[in-house]
Ligand binder design. Structure first.
Ligand SMILES: O=C(O)CCC(=O)C(=O)O
Ligand SMILES: [Fe+2]
Length: 337
């Protein structure tokens, strides 16, 4: 069983045919076997990442009243600030605070009997007290979306499909989500920063402040599994597959359980996950795998407590209602009974 996540170097794509083939091999192997890898060579400058973390810290340093002014409880679209104790994974509280900022679109006209997930379209709650947040987050979203699309094309090629097979799902109203997160240190037997979960979207590009451990990834198969540490690697994103890409590849690519352990008392751990998500109404294409890959596809995991839907909006709405029961009860009582 592996003890460290594999490293994949995007700069290989700037080389010749052999380098590009090596990149696709490494990408496919990492995401078939582990579902998680470190991405280096991505070309996003250190200064840009430092600015993102400086802004993240500035947000969490705001007085409580400024954060509560943009509380998610005010947002039927699950945007805004979640204080400690507001979020749950597998029924247990996640000890982190965060602000959720997603792509912003005008709600589509209400159609009677239309899908519930369209309720997720709408505005972010931007804090007046930190006006630069909007520009920094929008810039980060643009950079990560471009990187996400580039990776999707590489997966398409490495799976034997047309390069643009995934493009359409992201072409109109893609619903990328960024969280700025802060895990406070604590002295407690309960170490749940965020509980074990799979990400509901397509892929996640995670940035963690240098030097901050705590992320753990489940490796292995069936009953033979173990949790390994995935500390940040210099200049690297941690990238993982979400349920929508597992679904698209009949489980050839895997969405992997991961969790964050609270940092030690007296420290804190900022992180910024970017969730590369298609349009709410998109159904991911199901890739016709070449026989040698199809033979090793596991099928989509069948977990009665977490059914995976091929329509992205259904999958993300399920995850949002479960993670934020207070928002669900206030704004969507008809969906949670
Ligand atoms: O903060 C992290 O390192 C990971 C967070 C995560 O897994 C999530 O928010 O889905
Ligand atoms: Fe996650």
């Amino acid at each position: 069983m592996i003890s460290e996540l594999p490293i994949v170097d995007l700069a290989l794509l700037d080389g010749g045919d052999a380098d590009r083939a090596a990149f696709r091999d490494a990408l496919l192997t990492a995401t078939h076997e582990v579902g998680f890898f470190y991405l280096v060579g991505h070309g996003i400058d250190r200064s840009v990442r430092e600015r993102l973390f400086a802004t993240t810290r500035a947000f969490f340093a705001l007085p409580d009243d400024d954060k509560f002014a943009v509380e998610m409880l005010k947002s039927p679209q699950f945007r805004g600030y979640t204080r400690f104790g507001g979020e749950y994974t597998q029924g247990a509280i996640d000890w982190r605070e965060q602000i959720d900022l997603a792509a912003e679109y005008e709600p589509l006209p209400e159609t009677a009997g239309g899908p519930d997930y369209l309720r997720l379209d709408g505005p972010n709650l931007w804090p007046d007290a930190l006006p630069e947040l909007r520009e920094v987050v929008t810039d980060w979203q643009n950079r990560c979306s471009a990187l996400g699309l580039r990776l999707m094309r590489e997966w398409a090629l490495s799976l034997g499909a047309a390069e643009d097979v995934f493009d359409e799902a992201f072409a109109t109203r893609p619903s990328a989500l960024i969280k700025l997160v802060r895990y406070p240190g604590r002295e407690s037997d309960d170490r749940q920063g965020v509980g074990a979960h799979k990400d509901p979207g397509v892929l996640t590009l995670l940035l963690v402040e240098p030097g901050k451990g705590g992320l753990q990834v489940q490796v292995g198969e069936g009953s033979d599994t173990a949790w390994i540490d995935a500390p940040p690697v210099e200049d690297a994103f941690v990238v993982n597959i979400g349920e929508a890409l597992e679904w698209a590849t009949d489980g050839y690519l895997r969405a992997t359980l991961h969790r964050v352990v609270s940092p030690p008392a007296g420290t804190e751990r900022p992180s910024v996950p970017f969730f590369f998500n298609p349009a709410l109404s998109a159904t991911m294409p199901r890739i016709a795998l070449p026989p040698e890959l199809a033979a090793r596809a596991r099928g989509v995991e069948d977990d009665p407590s977490n059914p995976i839907s091929g329509t992205f909006g259904e999958n993300i709405l399920k995850a949002r209602l479960r993670a934020h029961p207070d928002v669900a009860a206030r704004h969507h009582p008809d969906l949670v009974g």
